[in-house]
Design a binder for this molecule. Sequence first.
Ligand SMILES: [Zn+2]
Length: 305
Amino acid sequence: MRFIDQDEIELDLPDDWVDTVQAAWAYVESKVVEAEQAIADRAEEKGWGGDELQKKIDVAKSKARKAAISSKGLWSNLSGILAEQSKGKCWYCETNEVRSDNPVDHFRPKGNVAECDEHPGYWWLAFEWKNFRYACTYCNSRRVEVETAGGKQDHFPIFVPPDWNRCAADSNAERPMLLDPIEDGDCKLLTFNDNGEACSVVEDEESEEYKKVNKSIELYHLNHKPTTRERRIIFQKIRSLISNTNKLLEEGVDEKVDAIKSNRKELFRLIRRECKSTKFNTAARLYLMRYKEDNDWVKDILDRA
Ligand SMILES: [Zn+2]
């Protein structure tokens, strides 16, 4: 997971974004009014009244709202801007293979909340760019593999109390049980072991931090087997580059020699988030950090990348 500075996104928003959002909400509201009217028009003929009528109106309005929000789908308009923040890599897992029609996740799900049956979903945040996260298919959608399963979908677990916000007017200080890439402190709670598996920096299993990390590993499918394998390969590569470079240095080869320069450059690219062709850069950086105490030249790379 990598930290994303939302202030940077705000600078890139299209000039007409506020107007576009306002127009979209006006359209959604018109569809909701239409749906209510359609039920009211049929009420007398059908003999609906009282609670039954109100229930039918509520259901029709909710259905119309969901359909109108989906038909607008404004989040897709920003996928390029969101992707640019991470050079096309998923904000949750840092893969650069974002093969999805709609790689934008609503951190607070817009249609339902899987953990709370009666929650209507955070529909009022459907067009709120601060609620958008650039996500790969494995982090965003439900996938069941032979050994693991995951995908965030409509999940939004929180530590209660306080309760979920269930309408735009609610202002509970929710405490999500999910790591959020826009929170620098959250990104620091995740580390990676020798097997390429994501795990918690905090070891106390009763702590909220530990629970949050483990729920995130599950729902973002961070330990999907092909992913852990790729992280292991990166770790192997780092070990090999370090050992090869140290061997050359011990042999007294001048630091400027091409082989050393090339190894340093490769390590630099592996940990550099801005590098478009490398992935899992945070894991690579954490692996490389293991070697900085004994190797000043490694520390130099970490300081400059
Ligand atoms: Zn991902």
